[in-house]
Design a protein around this ligand. Structure first.
Ligand code: B3K
Ligand code: ZN
Length: 892
């Protein structure tokens, strides 16, 4: 095997040492110029360890001056990424002047230019591209920042904290001074400068303080800011009500930028957002966009306490802030849904993401514990494991301790650690101490990777009316654990929420052997051993067990149900999550059988039991439309591939399409009826109920299109033409792209013309084409290749690159995994091209071949070759090299 030359340094969690220096107040003077920005820092330094040199991080800067107590520093040296001051006094004032070139910064880390304006991104290690510093999260200090720039070019000058003063300077320049009174790590530093406009509101928070809220955007986008502002206000209210946490600064700003590596960034008081998570109006944004904006605005706002006031000691602790903050944003969004059914829909969406993306990650070459033990490039560890599995781990505290117990734990966490940089263990200890619980074993969720498998065996004994449940857990070694022979994985502490559904569809009372009386109808079992048996008594009739209600733990549950039992749970389970789950199990079973049929060349016939069950859900008016829609979304192709011994994307696609067509023709009149009755009448509103009706209606349209019926095409064409909102218009266009309608081309052209000035909508236009299934042997790769030449396409804008390239490589499996390997060649070329511009974005794309060892031999050989070709490049960034070498490391 060709090996990548791995010169990257691995950083280990065990090597953590506290900083040898403390920083007091920092003054920063930033003289902005796109070609040469000059930064002067003044730092109060205190040495904590004798005879230690001060080693500062710094990258891609031109060092201009270093002084100690205002005298030129004597002994110092620099290399590519450090500045070392060899002999320093116990206390001194350090001043450093250096220059950087924002216009040339395409990595979008540090200080860069987007649309002629200046922005920063410092997490995780971008501050070192702005000035030499102890750029690590456990060095926390207060900052005063003076920004100077040409007043005409940069009328707006923003930084963290509170605005202290503004003044005009000679030569058409001006300055603004900002002060952040809260200690923070350098990764939360931010500045923004340029021609921007804002909407603003003043609100009064719980303590009676008045706060200024602003949403800053390019002037042309002001008409798309209202929803972000409303989401911010809702977030502030929610954090007060649910966690007693108040906004601490006088003002809070959100700024939107179109060139951005991820979703958004929680810089203290100055959140910087990808435009995708700020800008929305009914014409340009879908219901999903509206919901995502609410959730991301919430997420970043909630970081103000979970992340900023209490931060991470080191980057291995990333989930301390991310897992916790994702859990908080999930709960916020669920509360905003307003109904129990709405909460379930939100939970289903979150679990779907976890299973579709995190479970595979946790079984692949990048598998890592929620608190990783090592990394080469920390940016590669902003993963679904750290975020989404981390959120599940936080959710399990709440499941185990109850809502009140969880709140007590949070209160103690802030009482102990406000203003500190701490660890995941500190969080767990606060939860344990506040509740008088021993959570030692629970700590394994942070240290062991992999998805635990829980298998359930059940037995009902009519003679003594007992029901016995035996749960067994097992977690195979994954990723880099495999090479660690000494590692012996230990059982997890798994909360298993359970109910027993009686023959009439009602929950039975739950009384464990040894208990005097039943205790409720859903209860949480603590599974802590490898195998445990639970015996329920006084169970009057043979029940169908409903396990892992509301998905009480991030595990894979293996339990045998008959098709009838699944249909029964789908119809009756009082836990809406498990109703959905039963439907998914039924559909997965049917689909995997169809995949086998497809592989064997047998006819593909939709299972009548599944069609019947789905038909009853569709027309069940007691269920909210949004919930019905969730049940109707068939398991994704990638999910099905993961469930197979050897993944075969073409067979999976054929099976899933055949099932969709079978369902659509069997239920055509019901679907038409649903479509007609869920058309909106009033003006557009993105609220959960209206969005749910639109979702069900558009789902029906998607199925109807599968019939190829002229009436269905006419519905889609008409919906496209008449839509008064983006949800309906884009759903209609997607339907047309999945059809033989002669109107497809016309609609695509119309869509482009209509929205040519709306970058985020043009992203959708690229994405929809990249994700289209491809009709009659159409090779979507050809469409993608020609779209790469479109004048509106650029690799430099991450949203645009994601819209076309990532959509094709990660969201269109049957086309990407085309037998001729054309998808992999395309992938290789794009990884290399992107890496030269933006390593973080390239490394994300590099992960599209993570699971190469799981595919049919011809595909895996071609993927292997493509990986080796990338590995052979001598120019790879640390980011991409880590991903590729880990992928290749798991030899076939
Ligand atoms: N904390 C940032 C992510 C930073 C990613 C750096 N590569 C966004 C968030 O999780 O809120
Ligand atoms: Zn976050």
């Amino acid at each position: 095997m060709l090996r990548t030359e791995d010169t990257s340094v691995t950083v280990y969690r065990q090597d953590y040492t506290p900083p040898a220096f403390a920083f007091g107040h920092v003054d920063l003077l930033v003289e902005l110029d796109a070609e040469r920005t000059v930064v002067t820092s003044r730092i109060e330094v205190k040495r904590l360890v004798k005879d230690t040199p001060l080693i500062l991080h710094g990258e891609e800067q031109e060092l201009l001056a270093v002084t100690i107590n205002d005298e030129p520093a004597g002994h110092y040296s620099i290399d590519e990424d450090t500045l070392t001051l060899h002999e320093v006094p116990a206390r001194f004032t350090l001043s450093i002047t250096s220059a950087n070139r924002p216009s040339a910064n395409t990595s979008l880390m540090g200080l860069y230019v987007s649309g002629g304006n200046f922005f920063t991104q410092c997490e995780a290690e971008g501050f070192r591209k702005i000035t030499y510093f102890l750029d690590r999260p456990d060095v926390m200090t207060t900052y005063t920042v003076t920004l100077r720039a040409d007043k005409a070019q940069c009328p707006v000058l923003l930084a963290n904290g509170n605005l202290i003063s503004k003044a005009d300077l000679p030569d058409g320049r001006h300055e603004a001074v900002w002060d952040d009174p809260f200690k923070k790590p350098s990764y939360l530093f931010a500045l923004v400068a340029g021609r921007l406009s804002c909407i603003e509101e003043t609100i009064t928070t719980g303590s009676g303080a008045s706060k200024l809220l602003q949403v800053w955007v390019e002037p042309a986008d002001l008409d798309k800011t209202r929803h972000a502002m409303d989401s911010l206000i809702a977030s502030i209210r929610w954090d007060e009500a649910r966690f007693g946490l108040e906004l601490d600064l006088e003002r809070f700003m959100i700024v939107a930028v179109s060139d951005f590596n991820m979703g958004a960034m929680e810089n203290k008081g100055l959140n910087i957002f990808n435009t995708k998570y700020v800008l929305a109006n009914s014409e340009t944004a879908t219901d999903t966009d509206f919901a995502n904006i609410e959730s991301v605005v919430g997420h970043e706002y909630f970081h103000n306490w979970t992340g900023n006031r209490v931060t991470c000691r080191d980057w291995f602790q990333l989930s301390l802030k991310e897992g916790l903050t994702v859990f908080r944003d999930q709960e916020f969004s669920a509360d905003m849904m307003g109904t129990a059914s709405g909460r379930a829909v939100k939970r289903i969406e979150d679990v779907r993401l976890l299973r579709q993306v995190q479970f595979p990650e946790d079984a692949g070459p990048m598998a890592h514990p929620v608190r990783p033990d090592s990394y080469q490039e920390i940016n590669n560890f902003y993963t679904v494991t750290v975020y989404e599995k981390g959120a599940e781990v936080v959710r399990m505290y709440q499941t185990l301790l109850g809502r009140d117990g969880f709140r007590k734990g949070m209160d103690l966490y802030f009482k102990r650690h406000d203003g500190q940089a701490v660890t995941c263990d500190d969080f767990r200890q606060a939860m344990a101490d506040a509740n008088g619980r021993d959570l030692t074993q629970f700590g394994r969720w942070y240290s062991q990777a992999g998805t635990p498998e829980v298998s359930a065996l059940t037995r009902y004994n009519p003679a003594d009316k007992s029901f016995t449940l035996t749960l067994t857990q097992h977690c195979p070694k994954v990723g880099i654990e495999i090479s660690n022979e000494a590692l012996d994985k230990q059982p997890f502490h798994i909360p298993v929420a359970l109910g027993l559904v009686g023959p009439d569809g009602r929950d039975l009372p739950l009384q464990l052997d040894g208990e005097a009386a039943p205790q409720g109808t859903t209860r949480v079992l603590d599974l802590t051993e490898r195998t445990q048996t639970y015996r329920f008594i006084n169970v009057d009739a043979p029940p169908v067990p409903s396990l892992l209600r509301n998905f009480s733990a991030p595990v894979a549950l293996d339990i045998h149900y008959t098709d009838e039992e699944l249909a029964f749970l789908l119809a009756h389970d009082s836990d809406p999550f498990n109703r959905w789950e039963a439907g998914q199990r039924l559909a997965t079973r049917t689909l995997l059988a169809l995949v086998a049929d497809a592989q064997a060349g047998r006819p593909l016939v939709a299972d009548a039991k599944l069609v019947k069950a789905l038909g009853s859900v569709l027309t069940d008016e007691t269920l909210d439309p949004a919930f019905r829609e969730q049940i109707w979304i068939l398991p994704a192709e990638t999910y099905l591939g993961e469930r197979m011994g050897i993944a075969d994307p073409a067979a999976v696609h054929a099976a899933r399409q055949a099932l969709r067509q079978g369902i659509a023709s069997a239920l055509q009149s019901e679907l038409t009826d649903i479509y007609t009755r869920h058309r909106a009448t009033g003006p557009y509103s993105p609220d959960a109920a209206s969005a749910g009706r639109r979702a069900l209606k558009n789902l029906a349209l998607g199925y109807l299109i599968e019939t190829g019926d002229a009436k269905a095409l006419a519905l889609a064409e008409r919906q496209y033409a008449e839509a008064d909102n983006m949800t309906d218009r884009s759903a209609a266009l997607t339907a047309l792209l999945n059809s033989d309608s002669p109107a497809r081309g016309e609609a695509l052209a119309d869509f482009y013309m209509r929205f040519s000035d709306e970058a985020l909508v043009i992203d959708k236009w690229f994405a929809m084409q990249a994700m289209q299934p491809g009709r009659h042997g159409q090779h979507v790769i050809d469409t993608v290749q020609s779209l790469m030449q479109h004048h509106a396409f650029t690799l430099r804008n991450p949203n645009r690159a994601r819209s076309l390239i990532f959509s094709f490589c990660t969201a269109n499996p049957a086309q990407f995994h085309a037998a001729d390997g054309s998808g992999y060649t395309f992938w290789k070329n794009q990884v290399l091209a992107l890496d030269a511009i933006n390593p973080q974005v390239a490394a994300r794309l590099a992960r599209a071949l993570d699971r190469w060892t799981r595919f049919t031999i011809p595909l895996r050989d071609r993927m292997h070759a493509a990986l080796q070709q990338v590995a052979a490049s001598s120019m790879l960034s640390r980011d991409v090299r880590e991903i590729i070498s880990k992928s290749l490391g798991q030899a076939g």
